[in-house]
Design a binder for this molecule. Sequence first.
Ligand code: MLC
Ligand code: AMP
Length: 504
Amino acid sequence: MNPLADALVAPLEMRGDAVLVRPDGSEMPGDVLYRLSGRIANVLVDAGVRPGDRVAMQTEKSPEALALYLACLRAGGLFLPLNTAYTAAEIDYFLGDAEPRVAICVPAAEAALRAVTESKGITLLTLDGAATGTLVERAAEAPEDFASVTRRADDLAAILYTSGTTGRSKGAMLSHGNLLSNADALIETWRFAAADILLHALPIFHVHGLFVATNVMLRVGGRMIFLPKFDVDSVLAQLPRATAMMGVPTFYTRLLGDGRLTREATSHMRLFTSGSAPLLAETHRAFEARTGHRILERYGMSETTMSTSNPYDGERRAGTVGLPLPGVELRIVDAESGVDVPQGEIGILEVRGPNVFKGYWRMPEKSADEFREDGFFVTGDMARIDADGYITIVGRAKDLVISGGYNVYPKEVEGEIDGVEGVVESAVIGAPHADFGEGVVAIVVRVPGSEIEAEDIMAALHDRLAKFKQPKAIFFIDELPRNTMGKVQKNALREMFGDVFAED
Ligand code: MLC
Ligand code: AMP
């Protein structure tokens, strides 16, 4: 038994039909994907991967990258996907913390990573979006037969790094049982079936594109139109061939910005879902007015995979994230006391269920801090529940900016800016941004006499932080507003700088 390999990979062996369709229309049949996953599993085992070992991947989205994920499940490894935007400095930390046996990167990044992987005894292989690199070369030589290793539901399948509000990134450990139960809950709730064709435009290094999208489609025996990334032209070209699309709010605002998005263009679709960041009620209404489709919004986290969803048949309420998924328990409590707040009032959202992760990689204290004694996980999201059970996310107790569906932790960005010569200190906030939902803004205090400018700070961040974490605006200020306890008042900064991206 290997819960995920049995559920997601084994059925591919008998599928001669296309599981993945590339943008140029070429197809990858299930049995080909199955055999490729067997070859790659043999490569991983040859490179020393044993059950429980980590396999890190930072590469372009492609059918081969998906085969690597499936191979890792078959070999009993823990899949560790990394955002392609991360710099070598960021990757260095993940490799040091997770200690993978094997890491796969794009050929262009090989030279920069070689020193790190050699010093850590990690086998480094390459793969790019066009299916070339040493991983595919080795796979071509390897046998396709591979007996998936035995795993139990509680065994880990993946580690997803999510930045900490205080300091370092933490690896959320997800088990086979977590991922499979969530795929099943979503299939049931969203009525996925083998006839579905998902327009897959999300990256596959996060929960949304990897687990919500591909696990569901593999489990149900459907098909994916696998775009290397989101772009409006490709999505509009493919919509007439698809039945469903999953997206972050930026997908929908960008589509709405294009006159070709019409009722006819979406007439073949049965479902659009949104998540990873708040979908404005006005986007929901505009999308319905233009296409006749009510976007189905859901809510989740790397630590919990999906927890809530608007109903498929019932009312999809704009501005809410719907109801708990089957098997998931939710409650809203007072942050200090942990006691349930009266219905309708705002508190911290807590989650318990088969979807909730097994803790943070090698951080037992941090893990314990974020669970209540009765097993509820404290999400750090502020929410309210209405009389019909619909949940609205009203804000975050955690200091976090979500930009285009990617999380940016102000603490991490502030740490980098504070290290720049000529800077005394900084504060990072999110300001409303029409395209990304929130845009990163830094407010910086200079050392007296320093003439440092915004471009100097941007130059210093270039190799240190992924592009999406870098400020889209920088302001200088004489001193940061603080309360009597000495804490920086970010609300005051949001009032001062909140309209920086406002359109005239
Ligand atoms: C790209 N840029 C971003 C950005 N993405 N900046 C801020 N936030 C982002 N999300 C940078 C680029 O480097 C570029 O910089 C500039 O912004 C404009 O780039 P672009 O070409 O317009 O961006 P694009 O490549 O089109 O990417 C935008 C996007 C992408 C929205 C398509 O960010 C995306 O796919 N987001 C999905 C994120 C996601 O999957 N999240 C799920 C997390 S899981 P410059 O200066 O070079 O021009 C999770 C749990 C859950 O949260 O519930 O699902
Ligand atoms: P991540 O750590 O990348 O998994 O991001 C999880 C966070 O994204 C959650 O804690 C929420 O703050 C946010 N999030 C996800 N889905 C939604 C949604 N539908 N509405 C509002 N916030 C969301």
